[in-house]
Design a protein around this ligand. Structure first.
Ligand code: HEC
Ligand code: HEC
Length: 209
């Protein structure tokens, strides 16, 4: 099978997986706002860093709720190797995860249908099918990458490649990337706008929103 048809197969399989999956964003945002209070200590501070190894805490404002649900379920199940996020997610029920996801991302970025910019790395051609030419995902089950912290994106790609994040779709794509590709792709998507933002502090428990 050619590379292109292998990718077409993976995308087709993934569409079936999404259709059959349980990731629905039917949470209660008002409850989510209370539940997410402890999360703001890291996710509502601009350029806050994970201590060791040092890389930026991901931006969540503008992210798709269905993807946030999937990510939290993966930390809880140990399919992502981050100790703190595993601990954070472990105490959450499915309903609490839905509620938090309904609130934490705010209004998700809307897909633009834009093609990749002229300075996009060659390797980005494959990513466009799901993450869009400008890093705004084509479906809410996929993460938006636009404006995300570059060092976080690079770290995520490394972790898919080495299996510290166990996701069959991204493991396959990351396996084809060199460290230089990962750095270039992370820089490209991070520089796109409109993009993700740090959860605003005004969105704290004490605000009117
Ligand atoms: C001590 C700091 C800290 C706290 C508190 C914290 N997080 Fe995180 N969070 C992180 C870091 C660091 C990562 C990146 C982990 C990785 O590399 O996979 C992360 C990743 C995430 C992701 C994945 C984002 C993506 O793009 O895939 C979600 C969703 C998330 N956190 C939600 C939460 C929620 C909800 C809470 C509260 C229940 C919370 N976090 C509390 C530091 C924190
Ligand atoms: C078939 C659809 C598809 C394609 C094509 C694809 N991805 Fe993904 N990507 C996903 C899904 C689904 C996830 C979420 C996986 C998970 O739950 O951990 C993801 C996650 C990611 C993440 C982690 C985001 C975060 O917030 O933690 C990065 C970075 C990423 N992809 C980059 C890429 C790059 C770069 C390419 C091209 C080389 C690519 N992806 C191709 C579907 C795709």
């Amino acid at each position: 099978m050619s590379f292109a048809s292998r990718i077409a197969t993976v995308i087709a399989l993934f569409a079936v997986f999404v259709a059959a999956g349980t990731a629905r964003a039917d949470g209660n945002a008002a409850r989510g706002k209370d539940l997410a209070y402890t999360c703001l200590g890291c996710h509502a501070i601009d350029n806050y860093k994970n201590v060791y190894p040092t890389y930026s805490v991901p931006k969540l404002h503008g992210q798709n709720a269905a993807y946030l649900v999937a990510a939290l379920q993966e930390y809880r199940a140990g399919n992502r190797a981050h100790g703190t996020m595993h601990a954070q997610a472990s105490s959450l029920t499915d309903q609490q995860i839905e509620d938090i996801a309904a609130w934490l991302g705010g209004a998700a970025l809307a897909p633009t249908g834009k093609p990749p910019a002229a300075n996009a790395p060659q390797a980005a051609q494959v990513c466009v099918a799901c993450h869009g030419g400008d890093g705004v995902a084509v479906l809410p089950e996929y993460p938006n990458l636009a404006g995300q912290q570059a060092d976080y994106l690079e770290r995520a790609l490394e972790e898919y490649k080495k299996g510290a994040r166990k996701n069959p779709i991204m493991a396959g794509f990351a396996a084809t990337l060199t460290p230089a590709d990962m750095k270039a792709l992370a820089a490209y998507y991070s520089s796109q706008s409109p993009g993700l933002e740090t959860v605003p502090r005004r969105a704290s428990r004490f605000s009117a929103r």
